[in-house]
Design a protein around this ligand. Structure first.
Ligand code: LLP
Length: 426
């Protein structure tokens, strides 16, 4: 459930009309709902309460500081994949002891930064990374807390670009190599083995791949412990999917997911569990609001040309992702629907949000909202075509505030530097 609802025919974010914000900040813009973030976090926590995990929100999904602070207040930790994300988590008040550092290519500098900032755990993804981390820790006279990310070779049954737990994916150490690498890690003076980690992909709508991966994880932990390597922590990753097509999809609920986890780990309740959800917390807590610039009729096609583009929301272009599109002024019941190709102004055909989408008649100046845009939306935006990325607004009850302003053209042009040889007169 989310807090973007029509009231008297006008789409609201909590108690604020979306049109009011559009008039104030201009379009396109992202709009987040505090109550929805809070609700998703709490529902997820409740679903897993049997294991009482530390929920380390995957910062990559939406790293706006206002969002991170909202979640930090609820007790969230953070899963980060770069020094930049680590710095964001710290800036939002999440202490190092609640930060997990994941990622396949952490540099020595990033590893050092994490150790200097009291990291809870580093999820190591390869033997060379383990060696580098050992060196860095020894040079600092410390020991690095490590979980190894193990690749269980399970098909997550999701889009190939966001599937991470198959042997052919670049992530984690191969399942069969894990015992030997753990033995090596346990013998390193700069490494303290604290756990095991898995993340098999994103937008999973079937729970069976989770069950399969977690069962492999449990078996591995038993083997490691039989070999004398204690594994007190289990990081079970993120990846639970959300309903993008709300009229037509029923993804598993956090309680169903929690049931699978509890079944697999029955009797293991005294261990420390961690999880890294991103999309589940953030996706349906945000919308992208855009304005119709033109409606173009070409043969029997209708193009709805918006002022938002793939530089603002790249998911449809990159993953053929579906986002529900709703007019900000609710259509009359029974209003006729038309098939629109919904596009942005960028100069490539990939700048298409939806084809033949059934919508009520829309005119230039009308507003539409892309649903489920709170995760992997603003964070993946760019300045392509020298377009200022959509700003971010956060709502709480009747209040709203700008959480990231729109860049000005001067901001954008001012980032470039002209080399001296081009400033000389010729
Ligand atoms: N932990 C790790 C190590 C991850 O790599 C990810 C996501 C997560 C947690 C969070 O997964 P989630 O709960 O959000 O599914 N840009 C893509 C999604 C990429 C996900 C990458 N890893 C999209 O827009 O669909």
């Amino acid at each position: 459930m989310d807090h973007f609802l029509y009231r008297n025919g006008a789409l609201h974010a909590e108690d604020v009309p979306v049109a009011t914000m559009a008039a104030e900040v201009g379009t396109p813009f992202y709009c987040y709902s505090t109550a929805t973030f809070e609700r998703h976090f709490t529902v997820f926590q409740d679903g897993l309460k049997a294991l009482d995990p530390l929920i380390c929100y995957a910062v990559k999904a939406n790293s706006n500081l206002a969002v991170l602070k909202t979640l930090a207040r609820l007790g969230a930790g953070a899963d980060v994949v770069s020094e930049g994300e680590y710095r964001r988590a710290l800036a939002a008040g999440i202490p190092g002891q609640r930060i997990i550092f994941s990622g396949v290519g952490k540099t020595r500098d990033e590893l050092r930064f994490a150790l200097e900032n009291d990291v809870r755990q580093i999820n190591v993804e390869s033997e060379p990374e383990l060696e580098a981390l050992n060196d860095v820790a020894l040079s600092m006279g410390t020991r690095a807390p490590v979980s190894m990310r193990v690749n269980p070779d399970v098909d997550a049954q999701t889009h190939e670009k966001i599937s991470t737990g198959k042997a052919e994916n670049k992530f984690g150490i191969a399942f069969d190599d894990a015992p030997a690498i753990y033995a090596k890690a346990a013998a390193m003076a700069g490494i303290e083995v604290v756990g095991v980690d898995m993340h098999i992909g994103s937008q999973l709508t079937n729970l069976e791949p989770f069950r399969e991966a977690y069962t492999r994880m449990r078996d591995l932990v038993e083997r490691l412990e039989a070999a004398g390597i204690p594994i007190p922590r289990l990081d079970i990753g993120g990846g639970l999917g959300v309903p993008y097509e709300r009229t037509n999809s029923i993804p598993p609920l956090p309680t169903d997911y929690g049931k699978v986890v509890s079944e697999v780990f029955e009797g293991w309740e005294d261990r420390e569990f961690e999880c890294e959800p991103g999309r589940l917390i953030a996706a349906n807590a945000g919308v992208l609001v855009a304005k119709v610039v033109y409606v173009k009729h070409a043969g029997d096609r209708r193009f709805l040309i918006l002022d938002a583009a793939m530089n603002d929301l790249i998911r449809p272009a990159l993953y053929d992702a579906w986002h529900d599109i709703e007019p900000v002024v609710e259509a009359e019941p029974g209003a006729e629907l038309f098939a629109y190709d919904v596009v942005g102004p960028i100069c490539e055909s990939g700048d298409t949000f939806a084809k033949a989408r059934m919508l009520p008649e829309l005119k230039p100046g009308d507003l539409v909202a892309f649903r489920s845009a709170g995760a992997y939306g603003a964070v993946m935006s760019s300045e392509y075509n020298t377009r200022p990325p959509a700003p971010e607004v956060i709502v709480k009850g009747e209040e709203f505030a700008i959480a990231r302003p729109r860049l000005t053209y001067d901001d954008m042009l001012g980032k470039d530097c002209i080399p001296e040889w081009l400033t000389e007169q010729t």
